[in-house]
Design a protein around this ligand. Structure first.
Ligand code: FAD
Length: 451
């Protein structure tokens, strides 16, 4: 064990026990011979970098294709670039050689993309999604709703996104008021927790977010986010600001801390931000956030969601293109160790902050639960969060064991959701991913060992 963790250490023993307990309710996926086409495609892609790149390019253009023929032409075009194509890929190329074959291939491909999207996206509109959100709540999981559509290009798009956030806050507060009481999901030792919870992206609130002129983007985003905070305060709802790629981090942090410092927002709404542990300087960012949380004495306290980070490939490619040193850890174990160190710092910082640990990695999650208990914390003072479609089994296991779990639920159409979908596919097919390791049959003891 690289970090010297001793398996006889009581914390390590508790992590292993908690992890095994959760894993019992969360078995690895069965190797089902009748898997869906998209699952087979992801499996093939995981082992072949060229095929993976071709499929990502295809997923990117799929929503813009006008016919099945068009879709199949794009698919075979991208697959043509794959050398030493595995059997199913060569077959797809052959089928794509005729008009009738292309129609069949196009229909299968369109179905595959739609199937994949439905796994991660809960509905096109809040109305479509309301049944799923209610069922989640009844099964012991709260939600945070994310409106797909990021990186807006015009002011009109940013206005439209802000209007959709406003309508969603109001709609969700109305829908959620009819859900049955669930003490574990709506109260911690500091007080009540809003049922309506919306995650917002600053890059969708302004087209002016540029690292070379951060002030303009910041002012523009503040102008649209302020009314949303006013609205959330009126409704008793929660607004969470997602974190995106590193080039927007300072602006996002600036927007959130500036707005939450305003006298009108000292006593609400409930709000939160995100710290990404894959960044080498994430410890410094966390210190800045904790300093703000301790000095402001906000009620309710700021909620900090700890994640590893969803833009790992992007940050690495960008740094290489510019000859910069990588801002992210390049060794997965280092990233995981940092995630655990930041988890402990956050849990120790309560009650100045509320803590949400967002991960599908059983070790990272078991570590947070075990450390919280070892530090004398109650389970209800630690929130665990998962993504819809990736963390469904873990969500059920956590709910069954009485933990507060919140599922991140994207809403929107396929075109708006493409960037989101591609990020989830990258995670699913990465060889360093916990979910990939678990699906490949790596032993539970190995998965639960200290990173
Ligand atoms: C509820 C929720 C909300 C989220 N919100 C955000 C958000 O606002 N912003 C955001 O950026 N992400 C967000 N994410 C995504 C998150 O950052 C991770 O991408 C995702 O959860 C996978 O991490 P894991 O701990 O589940 O899995 P793991 O498999 O343990 O970790 C995978 C992660 O490790 C990192 N990684 C992969 N390979 C390497 C390597 N070679 N070296 C170093 N590190 C590596 C990457 O960050 C990768 O995503 C959210 C996730 C959840 C569950």
């Amino acid at each position: 064990m690289e970090n010297g963790a001793d398996p006889a250490d009581p914390l390590e023993r508790e992590i292993a026990r908690t992890g095994r307990e959760l894993a019992a309710a969360f078995p690895p996926p069965l190797r089902n011979p009748v898997r869906s086409a998209d699952a087979r495609a992801m499996e093939l892609a995981a082992g072949d970098a060229e095929l993976k790149a071709a499929l990502f390019r295809f997923v990117d253009v799929a929503p813009a294709c006008r016919s099945l023929d068009d879709l199949a032409r794009h698919l075979t075009g991208f697959l043509d670039e794959v050398q030493d194509a595995p059997g199913p890929v060569a077959a797809a190329r052959r089928i794509g050689g005729s008009r009738a074959g292309r129609a069949a291939l196009g229909a299968a491909a369109a179905g595959g993309v739609r199937h994949m999207a439905h796994r991660f996206i809960v509905g096109e509109t809040l109305e479509d999604a309301s049944g799923t959100l209610k069922r989640l709540w009844e099964h012991g999981a709260a939600c945070t709703v994310d409106l797909l559509g990021e990186a807006t290009v015009t002011s009109d798009e940013a206005d439209a996104y802000a209007a959709r956030c406003d309508q969603t806050l109001a709609g969700l507060a109305r829908i959620a008021s009819r859900w049955p009481g669930r003490d574990v999901l709506e109260r911690d030792s500091l007080g009540p927790l809003p049922r309506a919870n919306v995650s917002v992206k600053v890059s969708a609130l302004t087209p002016l977010l540029r690292p070379d002129a951060p002030e303009r983007g910041r002012e523009d985003a503040v102008r649209r986010l302020r009314p949303l905070l006013v609205r959330a305060k009126e409704l008793g709802a929660h607004v969470h600001i997602d974190m995106e790629s590193l080039d927007s981090r300072e602006a996002v942090l600036g927007v959130v801390l500036e707005l939450l410092s305003e006298p009108d927002f000292r006593d609400g709404p409930s709000a939160g931000l995100v710290v990404q542990a894959y960044l080498r300087d994430s410890g410094q960012m966390l210190e800045q956030v904790l300093e703000f949380a301790r000095s402001g004495a906000r009620t309710p306290p700021l909620c900090v969601r700890l994640v590893k980070g969803a833009y790992w490939d992007h940050e690495l490619v960008l740094a290489r293109q510019h000859g910069w040193s990588a801002p992210v850890y390049e060794d997965k174990a280092e990233c995981d160790r940092n995630f655990e160190a930041l988890t402990r710092r956050l849990l120790d910082a309560r009650p100045a902050v509320r803590v949400a640990v967002a991960s599908h990695n059983l070790r990272s999650v078991a570590h947070a639960i075990a450390y919280n208990r070892a530090a004398g914390g109650e389970d209800r003072d630690l929130e665990l969060q998962v993504l819809r479609g990736l963390g469904d089994e873990l969500q059920e296991a956590l709910a069954r064991h009485g933990h507060r779990v919140r599922t991140y639920c994207p809403i929107g159409n396929l075109v708006a959701g493409m960037a989101y979908l591609v990020r989830r596919l990258l995670e699913n097919t990465s060889n360093d991913s916990f979910l990939h390791a678990r699906a490949s049959g790596v032993a539970l003891d190995e998965l639960l060992a200290a990173p």
